[in-house]
Ligand binder design. Structure first.
Ligand code: RP5
Length: 181
């Protein structure tokens, strides 16, 4: 029995190590100044138990790193990439150009132009290279969209999404009830 337990423990710790080594979602952003917005995507993924990694990868300041990240992500086992950037927000589109994975773009609001520059830079992709763009600063929805994508082939995860939707509905109905009565 002790041997069986030891084997099981070693298998479990190997599994833990490998899930650490190959997270399912890559969250990348152009600058550490994007982190206050982008950390919300990681929080959502953590809530749903989806392994993720967070990296600073700039299209303009570290172009080689961006290329190698995008080209290797699917080979490492990443399944979805969430990319946030502000201003001349080229990161999501350039990463989408170099990966077969779905890319979710988060336009980050900078100190000028209210984030419209970021939104338009990310959303106006040419035919053939899609980026699923969420609303300005809405990294929450980027996290939820990634979970929904993974839920297509992960029944447990999809069940958690259904529960999340139910909880959200209950919360809204409770609030509405309070307002009316
Ligand atoms: C973009 O430039 C980043 O995504 C960030 O939103 C914006 C400003 O970057 P910092 O000058 O704050 O590093 O590349």
């Amino acid at each position: 029995l002790a041997i069986v337990e030891a084997k099981l423990n070693s298998l479990l710790s190997k599994e833990k190590e490998s899930s650490k080594a190959t997270p399912r979602v890559g969250i990348i952003m152009g600058s550490d100044s994007d982190l206050p917005v982008m950390k919300e995507a990681a929080r959502i993924l953590d809530t749903f138990g989806v392994s993720n990694e967070v990296r600073i990868v700039s299209a303009h300041r570290t172009p080689e790193l961006m290329d190698s990240y995008a080209l290797s992500a699917h080979k490492r086992g990443i399944q979805v990439i969430i990319a946030g950037a502000g201003g001349a927000a080229h990161l999501p589109g350039m990463v989408a150009a170099n990966t077969p994975l779905p890319v979710i773009g988060v336009p980050v609001r900078g100190s000028t132009l209210e984030g419209l520059d970021s939104l338009l830079s990310i959303v106006q992709m040419p035919r053939g290279v899609p980026v699923a763009t969420v609303a300005i600063n809405n990294a929450t929805n980027a996290g939820l969209l990634a979970v929904r994508m993974l839920g297509i082939t992960d029944a447990d995860l999809q069940a958690r999404i259904i529960q999340y939707k139910e909880d959200m509905k209950d919360e809204v109905l409770k609030k509405a009830d309070k307002l009316i009565n």
